[in-house]
Design a protein around this ligand. Structure first.
Ligand SMILES: O=C(O)C1=C[C@@H](OP(=O)(O)O)[C@@H](O)[C@H](O)C1
Ligand SMILES: C=C(OP(=O)(O)O)C(=O)O
Length: 448
């Protein structure tokens, strides 16, 4: 799936009120983990609501390459016949994780404590991203990594033949790194301990417990401490993947900024480690109601009812960053259409996503007439009020789905159309973005 050889230029122009029901796809983080943990269980895991985006399909292919049987039975309905912890086969070919940081980092963790060798690659975006953050901890288990200069893909990992358990403090807020260490710890004898100073999304912990691993989580002075007992037999699960709050962010924010809109987004996961955008939007004055709050697939979910709102700038607390890390690009669009200034600090991790998201949003918003300030760890957007953004520019998406979707949402509420040079990456996480937004009343078109 890696690489989008043919760019898809897209344009979004001002539309009337958005209305209707937006059924967004399954959660990407949980979808990757369902396939990987399914592959490490003994027997058949069944999954409904799996995100069929390119990132997750690449993980499905990878799990097949490591010996699991992965089958699709209908839309979103999949099964994984796992090989057990420690049962991965050595892949016969290079593992291509496409555009997906989550895919490659979690799979590297999962295979690092098995006596096999695998080579990983990705697209032009993924091959620029830092992998030292996972190769450092897997080295402590006894694995070796041979990558390009600076720890980049393509990279070969030689798994540890006799892994030892480790205690590791994750140096940056990263659920991918935490998860890689926990997945590596699965096949190490004894207790692996992971400490995170700031809590990040906890799907791996929740799902490991669901699959029957022995795992404890404590809040300590050093941070959140997770202790996993290695070499369990994981029991296959029936998993209903909730809808992705990071994908829901696009129709939700579009409805906030397009005057007169009212939409419903049902069944969205509101896991507290993921819901920072929604807290922030409400602080900005957005009219969002959480209806039918309930639990689905072990995650708190609600139906969101969203009405267009005149929003005001806020200072986003830096400690909220991990719970909304993927939502800063679309938040900066809402900020541009708000009155006053929105200050986003503590966001330097945005610089090592599919692209440098601070730079990509700053340059695109400036081209659309918005005043921006930035430093290494900060993005500040000076809002122009509802309807106040001139637009009228072509923004670069840099192989980044969230940048492309953010500028498409800006075009819906700017005075002039907004284009992106390449909307192809949207298929990595939200393959139905265009028809879903069109059904709500948006004008997003592919340019010929
Ligand atoms: O664990 C995960 O599923 C993810 C963790 C986050 O990355 P980091 O771990 O790099 O913060 C996030 O940006 C990514 O979209 C998904
Ligand atoms: C950062 C993201 O994904 P990944 O790191 O898995 O490529 C994302 O989906 O916004």
């Amino acid at each position: 799936m890696s690489g989008h050889d043919t760019p898809i230029p897209m344009t979004s122009s001002k539309c009337g009120p958005l209305s209707g029901v937006a059924q967004v796809p399954g959660d990407k983080s949980i979808s990757h983990r369902s396939l990987i943990l399914g592959a490490m269980a003994v027997g058949e895991t069944r999954i409904t609501g799996l995100l069929e985006g390119e990132d997750v399909l690449d993980t499905a292919k990878a799990m097949r390459a490591f010996g699991a049987e992965v089958s699709q039975h209908g839309p979103g309905e999949w099964s994984v016949h796992g090989v057990g912890v420690g049962g991965f086969a050595e892949p016969e070919n290079v593992i291509d994780c496409g555009n997906s940081g989550t895919g490659v980092r979690l799979i590297v963790g999962a295979m690092a404590t098995q006596p096999i060798t695998a080579t990983f690659t990705g697209d032009a975006s993924l091959n620029k991203r830092p992998m030292g953050r996972v190769t450092d901890p897997i080295a402590l288990f006894g694995a070796q990594a041979h990558g390009r200069d600076g720890g980049k893909l393509p990279m070969t990992i030689v798994g540890a033949a006799e892994p030892v358990p480790v205690t590791y403090t994750v140096p940056m807020p990263s659920a991918q790194v935490k998860s890689a260490v926990l997945l590596a710890g699965l096949n190490a004898p004894g207790k692996t301990v992971v400490i995170e100073k700031e809590a990040t999304r906890d799907h791996t912990e929740r799902m490991l417990a669901g699959f029957g691993a022995e795992l404890t989580v404590e809040d300590t002075n050093e941070g959140r401490k997770i202790t996993l007992t290695g070499q369990p037999e994981l029991t296959p699960q029936d998993i209903a993947v909730p809808r992705d709050p990071s994908s829901a962010a696009f129709p939700v924010c579009a409805a906030v900024i397009v005057p007169g809109s009212e939409i419903t987004v049902p069944g969205v996961s509101l896991n507290p480690t993921r819901n920072g955008l929604y807290t922030t939007l409400i602080e900005m004055g957005a009219d969002i109601a959480f209806e039918n709050e309930r639990e689905e697939g072990g995650e708190p979910v609600a139906d969101l009812r969203v009405r267009a709102s005149e929003t005001k700038g806020v200072e986003v607390p830096p400690e909220r960053a991990p719970s909304m890390i993927d939502e800063y690009p679309i938040l900066s669009v809402v900020a541009a259409l708000s009155t006053g200034t929105t200050v986003m600090r503590g966001v330097k991790e945005l610089r090592v996503k599919e692209c440098d998201r601070i730079d990509a949003m700053a340059r695109g918003l400036e081209a659309c007439g918005v005043t921006i300030e930035e430093d290494e760890d900060t993005l500040i957007v000076h809002g122009m009020g509802q309807g106040g953004v001139p637009g009228g520019a072509t923004c670069k998406s840099h192989l980044d789905h969230r940048i492309a979707m953010s500028f498409m949402c800006l075009g819906m509420a700017a005075q002039n159309p907004v284009s992106v040079d390449d909307g192809a990456p949207i298929a990595t996480s939200f393959p139905v973005f265009e028809p879903l937004m069109a059904a709500l009343g948006a004008n997003v078109t592919r340019d010929s």
